[in-house]
Design a protein around this ligand. Structure first.
Ligand code: CTP
Length: 406
């Protein structure tokens, strides 16, 4: 399963470092090559000699080693890998990764890489639940870092709680899951829309909505992680650009429409943007003054193009799979079914915004997948969970021999 995969294992300084030796062994047993970078603190817990013997490679420890840099510079080290794994990932290295600090070889390699990173945190329960660590982990997730564990249990320090490093076989399972999915959309092209749109009333005012872009950005990241060449067309959002995804930033619905249509044909399109349905009918090059007789009390609006319908109706350029979202407060499935037909798409992900779920800007979503085959109810889950689930469904639908819309 991991044959010919190149893992760069970053070992930072925690007591769980002894488990990294087993991790190296398990990875090599599955056919992966493992190259190890150790922090200075890691060398206090396990020796470079053991790491080197198990990986059958040099253990890289020093950023300023003349011989290491001439044989294998830190940039090459970070690029000549298919995945970077940080195990154990201490609170300190997570803080450095979140802040972009690079003051040793391990943190420099992590900042310099263009590959995905999987971290297996290991620390005392208080350190894990400290707001600083929580914020760092959330920031790293936004940067696309994946996590294995931590788990709950007795700790080396005598306390009990969450913060134990996942067992080596669990980390291996996570790595296998990563690679198992990673090639499934290779060679495929995808468009994802995300965020709100801003419709200018004049140069300083606009019409907008509360969409945060979290769901659309997570979907773009998940599809890209499956290997698809992914374009994210997003309205103004505070979400960072997902790693590995091409991003076009737009403001208005018309700009979003033009960017999407110009990028067709693709294999799959997911329209997760909360597009403003209406825009002011007339362009206003100058700020509208209050003294000009309160003209905004009669703002004339005109309908925006429907991007989802345009993509679904693109004839020869229509993607094999066109997916929309429907935020509904009542008769969720009935409204989503009507929208599915009206917009001509294949799947409609209806989200229930009736029961006080803080969907706009929140982290959770409850989805009903409506297609011509009926309705599938997904349990409430995080927006990244929804993105992963949707990406897996897209992988299945686009696999050879499948009718994409089934
Ligand atoms: N959509 C779009 N372009 C628009 C309006 C909506 O691409 N101009 C897409 C959204 O990205 C979403 C789907 O259409 O995938 C449904 O959006 P929604 O706002 O729920 O539907 P509307 O057609 O606007 O219907 P209504 O607001 O009346 O519920």
């Amino acid at each position: 399963m991991l044959r010919n995969k190149r893992i760069l294992l970053v070992i930072s300084g925690g007591i769980a470092a002894y488990k990294s030796l087993e991790l190296i062994r398990l990875l090599r047993e599955r056919g992966a090559s493992v190259r190890c970078v150790m922090t200075e603190a890691a060398c206090e817990f396990v020796t470079p000699l053991s790491v080197s013997a198990l990986s059958e490679d040099k253990a890289y420890c020093d950023l300023f080693s003349l011989t290491d840099e001439s044989e294998m510079g830190h940039i090459r080290l970070s690029r000549e890998a298919d995945l970077l794994v940080v195990a154990p990932a201490t609170a300190n290295i997570l803080a450095k990764m979140a802040g972009g600090t690079c003051d040793d070889l391990a943190s420099t390699v992590l900042l310099a890489t263009d590959k995905d990173v999987l971290a297996a945190p290991a620390m005392n329960v208080r350190m894990w639940t400290h707001p600083a660590t929580t914020a760092n982990v959330s920031r790293l997730r936004n940067h696309g870092v994946r996590f294995a564990g931590p788990t709950e249990g007795p700790m080396a320090c005598g306390e009990f709680g969450e913060g134990r490093m996942a067992e080596p076989d669990q980390i291996v399972a996570e790595i296998e899951r990563y690679f198992g999915r990673s090639g499934l959309l290779a060679g495929r092209q995808a468009i994802v829309t995300s965020g709100p749109t801003h419709e200018a009333i004049d140069p300083v005012r606009y019409i907008a909505n509360r969409s945060s872009g979290k769901q659309g950005h997570a979907i773009a990241a998940a599809i890209s992680q499956c290997g698809a060449d992914t374009l994210l067309v997003t309205g103004p959002s505070l979400e960072p650009d997902p790693a590995g995804v091409k991003v076009v930033h737009i403001e208005s619905a018309r700009e979003m429409h033009d960017a999407c249509v110009a990028h067709l044909p693709v294999d799959v399109a997911v329209c997760a943007a909360a597009v403003a349905d209406w825009r002011p009918a007339h362009d206003q090059p100058q700020k509208i003054k209050k003294t000009s007789g309160n003209p905004l009390s009669q703002l004339e609006l005109t309908e925006n193009p429907d991007i989802l319908a345009a993509i679904a109706g693109a004839g020869e350029k229509r993607p094999k799979l066109v997916i929309g979202f429907a935020a509904e407060t009542e008769d969720i499935v009935a409204h989503a079914t009507e929208k599915l037909a009206r917009k001509g798409c294949d799947w409609m992900l209806a989200n229930d915004v009736s029961c006080g779920t803080d969907t706009f800007g929140g982290d959770f979503n409850e989805i009903h997948l409506v297609s011509k085959n009926g309705v599938e109810n997904w349990p409430a889950m995080s927006k990244s969970g929804v993105a992963d689930q949707l990406a897996s469904r897209i992988c299945n639908a686009l696999s050879p021999g499948q009718d994409a819309a089934e």
